[in-house]
Design a protein around this ligand. Structure first.
Ligand SMILES: Nc1ncnc2c1ncn2[C@@H]1O[C@H](COP(=O)(O)OP(=O)(O)OP(=O)(O)O)[C@@H](O)[C@H]1O
Ligand SMILES: Nc1ccn([C@@H]2O[C@H](COP(=O)(O)O)[C@@H](O)[C@H]2O)c(=O)n1
Ligand SMILES: [Mg+2]
Length: 193
């Protein structure tokens, strides 16, 4: 895979957490308070489906099964969105989801995060939030939610541990009301940016 980003990326934060932990909600708060661009890997993949591209139907079937899309596709979409944003500060949401995502991002696209927000929340609360989300997502049903939890535990939590071992993890109690969660996020940003 070619390196699609020409401009040096100065500052990157990652937003990780289980499905429904509030990554997207908190990233929306972040862009209102800080000069970061929010890039959600899931949103970019859903936009690719809507574009009717060749890979769209493959992405759609993987998302509806809660599976992780091949990294080259997601990294290309992220790098293109970075280039088009005109910004050099990004909060990247829902990525990397597995070791392959991380390796391609860091070794091929040559992007390493400055810090990683980890939204920690018990599974019962995640399930409740997703079942009440009402955004018409086809993966927001009980059967797919179970698969997404399994992928999170087996593939994403090891990535969380990896960033912890590098001293980059900023663990946030995401079980609290949204505004209280954002107070913790702001505290992290005050020391990171
Ligand atoms: N702290 C909170 N307390 C209660 N509900 C919340 C909280 N944060 C977010 N929500 C709600 O929970 C649902 C999931 O939030 P959000 O979409 O931000 O999660 P996410 O981590 O981006 O999920 P996914 O990985 O599935 O995209 C939304 O309906 C949102 O309004
Ligand atoms: N790095 C990623 C991110 C997401 N996906 C797929 O999209 C689904 C929805 O992601 P959200 O972050 O919006 O919850 C996810 O379940 C995966 O199927 C991916 O493959 N790789
Ligand atoms: Mg989201």
């Amino acid at each position: 895979m070619e390196t699609p980003v020409d401009a040096p990326i100065k500052l990157n934060g990652l937003s990780l957490g289980g499905p429904g932990s509030g990554k997207g909600t908190q990233c929306a708060n972040i862009v209102q308070h800080f000069s970061y661009t929010h890039l959600s890997a899931g949103d970019l993949l859903r936009a690719e489906i809507r574009s009717g591209s060749e890979v769209g139907s493959m992405i759609q079937s993987m998302i509806s099964e809660g599976r992780i899309v091949p990294s080259e596709i997601t990294v290309k979409l992220l790098c293109k969105a970075m280039e088009e944003s005109g910004n050099d500060k990004f909060i990247i949401d829902g990525f990397p989801r597995n070791e392959e995502n991380r390796i391609i991002f860091e070794n091929v696209a040559k992007i390493k995060p400055a810090f990683v927000l980890f939204f920690d929340c018990p599974e019962e609360e995640l399930e409740r939030r997703i079942m009440n989300r009402n955004q018409g997502r086809e993966d927001d049903n009980l059967e797919t939610i179970k698969k997404r939890f399994k992928v999170f535990v087996e593939s994403t939590l090891p990535i969380v541990s990896y960033y912890e071992s590098k001293g980059k993890l900023r663990k946030i109690n995401a079980a609290k009301p949204s505004q209280e969660v954002f107070e913790e996020v702001k505290y992290v940003f005050a020391s990171e940016t």
